[in-house]
Design a protein around this ligand. Structure first.
Ligand SMILES: Nc1ncnc2c1ncn2[C@@H]1O[C@H](COP(=O)(O)OP(=O)(O)O)[C@@H](O)[C@H]1O
Ligand SMILES: [Mg+2]
Length: 157
């Protein structure tokens, strides 16, 4: 049996679809039996990526956002893709507190949150070609540690 599972979704870049998108990812990853904390981390990261496509990618227009989720063994991969304006300098955009929209009271912490809450973050973008954000997270690592090394397992304070 193939233990890979995939789903794809396309939706319009309307602000009400941000909560729709994170709820869909949460429902998809439920099959890995994540903890409430893992679920909250994933929802926050998805929410940040989708919000970026809505407000930075498609400025003053409604475009299509694609979401591609894969589960392979105990790892979730989420890709959020837009065909919006793209990012000139990805490294600079990923710096904490960097924002091109301070007037909208953006915190400039979106990419930092994605990095903190997921295990891995890749951003592929250039001006005019849109943006692809790829995030990965392994689910159930604490449980695995408990199961395989019960005598050495310690919860960090
Ligand atoms: N999908 C996107 N399309 C175009 N620009 C983006 C996209 N995502 C992020 N950016 C750029 O990267 C910057 C940093 O993003 P982020 O860390 O989420 O901070 P914030 O959204 O608060 O500005 C944004 O201000 C924007 O210039
Ligand atoms: Mg943001």
């Amino acid at each position: 049996m193939n233990d890979k599972n995939e789903m794809r979704l396309e939706f319009e870049s309307r602000s009400q679809n941000e909560s729709f998108a994170r709820t869909v990812v949460a429902a998809f990853v439920a099959q890995l039996d994540p903890t409430i904390e893992e679920l909250a981390d994933i929802k926050t990261a998805v929410s940040e990526a989708v919000t970026n496509s809505i407000i930075h990618g498609y400025v003053d227009e409604i475009g299509v956002i694609s979401m591609h989720c894969t589960i392979c063994e105990n790892e979730l991969t989420v890709e959020i893709i837009d065909q919006g304006v793209g990012i000139d300098d990805v490294n600079k955009a990923m710096e904490p507190l960097y924002t091109t929209k301070p007037e909208l009271e953006r915190s400039g912490m979106g990419f930092s949150f994605m990095e903190a809450f997921m295990d891995d973050l890749q951003v592929v973008s250039s001006s005019g070609t849109g943006t692809r954000v790829i995030m990965r997270k392994k689910i159930g690592r604490i449980e695995m540690k408990r199961r395989f090394a019960p005598q050495t397992f310690e919860i960090e304070a």
